[in-house]
Design a protein around this ligand. Structure first.
Ligand SMILES: NC(=O)c1ccc[n+]([C@@H]2O[C@H](COP(=O)([O-])OP(=O)(O)OC[C@H]3O[C@@H](n4cnc5c(N)ncnc54)[C@H](O)[C@@H]3O)[C@@H](O)[C@H]2O)c1
Length: 328
């Protein structure tokens, strides 16, 4: 089985939320170097502060991972062996610019596959999303669940996955696809296009009411970001992952209403929750079957929602008002 130790690794989207935690984990694991390609759409240099303070074997390119020439030059010059593909544009961007929200996922996958086919690097570990499934037709959702994406972001994720799987089938490239459910943790974007946990934390901190779009009965399966980063490394180091799609979730379903209540309790917020109309194209139910990740990788999440939320909200408290840097 391959070891990540001493490998030269490239992370697309490495200045983002999950990418920056993966960067930290790879550096701790003794990689040769981490090379980040991020266009800083939502990425931030502050996400890489720990990595840059503690390690010298990290390099950052402010560039677009869609660009074949750019990626070829970086991969060649940095002698990259492994690519973790995490670059994307947040789901909420689908409502503003559906074309780019879709295409960015497909175009980056296309560039990475072409370069891999040319033998420019060996292994691709690609990040899908549970959004590719759409709402659960049955629960828990295993990897054979149909793909019914409802937003352009999700359609782009599903399209990229299908493209990557089909390339694996015809070219037998060294590829694994990891399909995380809802991630949360320190550094998740809390500004424009933010997801529900940072958004609610900031609202309560600013004296505003937390907001639920729809009934609040919609469910998600939350996984702590450090668990996800660990699973990405485990997927690289276990060749049984190749050619497969592997869900990453806790297998526990939480309603949005419960989540908002948990956040409210943390802040001792006893006021009202504001209910707004359901978001167009919102997914109703998501819950992972975590069996395959356990069978193939021996992966089990270590941080439950209660502890993970505390770690996350403590972090948002420490960074309230400080982290004013927006895009890199
Ligand atoms: N956050 C979640 O809950 C979640 C759940 C399932 C899957 N995922 C997947 O995990 C991966 C990382 O997501 P995240 O939550 O860290 O998002 P994020 O927005 O924090 O990170 C994505 C990064 O990609 C960068 N980026 C965007 N377009 C780019 C381009 N053309 N070239 C280079 N960089 C570009 C952004 O600047 C950002 O730093 C994505 O593939 C996402 O689909 C996330």
């Amino acid at each position: 089985m391959p070891s990540i130790k001493n490998k030269n690794v490239l992370i697309t989207g490495g200045a983002g939320f999950i990418g920056s935690h993966l960067t930290d984990m790879l550096l701790k694991s003794g990689v040769g170097k981490v090379v980040i390609v991020d266009n800083f759409f939502l990425g931030k240099m502050s996400n890489l502060k720990d990595a840059l303070t503690n390690y010298e074997n990290i390099k950052i390119y402010r560039d677009d991972a869609r660009n074949f020439g750019v990626m070829q030059a970086i991969i060649q010059n940095e002698e990259i062996e492994v690519v973790f593909n995490l670059a994307t544009i947040a789901l909420n961007y689908s409502f503003f610019n559906p074309f780019d929200a879709y295409m960015v996922n497909v175009e980056i996958a296309n560039t990475l596959l072409e370069l891999q086919k040319l033998g420019q690097y060996k292994t691709l570990i690609h990040s899908s999303s549970s959004e590719a499934y759409g709402t659960a037709l049955y629960s828990p959702m295993d990897e054979n669940h149909p793909l019914n994406p409802t937003t352009p972001y999700a359609a782009g994720k599903a399209a990229a996955d299908l493209m990557i799987q089909s390339f694996y089938n015809v070219l037998n490239l060294d590829i694994a696809i990891i399909r995380p459910f809802n991630n949360y943790g320190p550094r998740q974007n809390d500004k424009q296009l933010a997801a529900i946990i940072p958004l609610t934390a900031r609202r309560i901190q600013n004296g505003e009411r937390p907001v639920i779009e729809g009934t609040g009965k919609q469910t998600r399966d939350f996984i702590y970001v450090e668990d996800t980063a660990r699973a990405f490394v485990m997927a690289y180091e276990n060749e049984n992952s190749r050619g497969k799609v592997i869900n990453l979730g806790s297998g526990i379903e939480t309603t949005i209403h419960e989540l908002i209540q948990n956040i409210s309790e943390y802040y001792d917020y006893k006021g009202e929750i504001e209910f707004r109309p359901e978001r167009k194209a919102d997914v109703n139910r998501l819950c992972a079957s975590a069996l395959l990740a356990n069978e193939i990788l021996g992966f089990e999440p270590r941080v439950g929602l209660k502890d993970g939320l505390k770690l996350t909200l403590d972090w948002y408290n420490e960074h309230a008002g400080k982290d004013i840097e927006s895009n890199g």
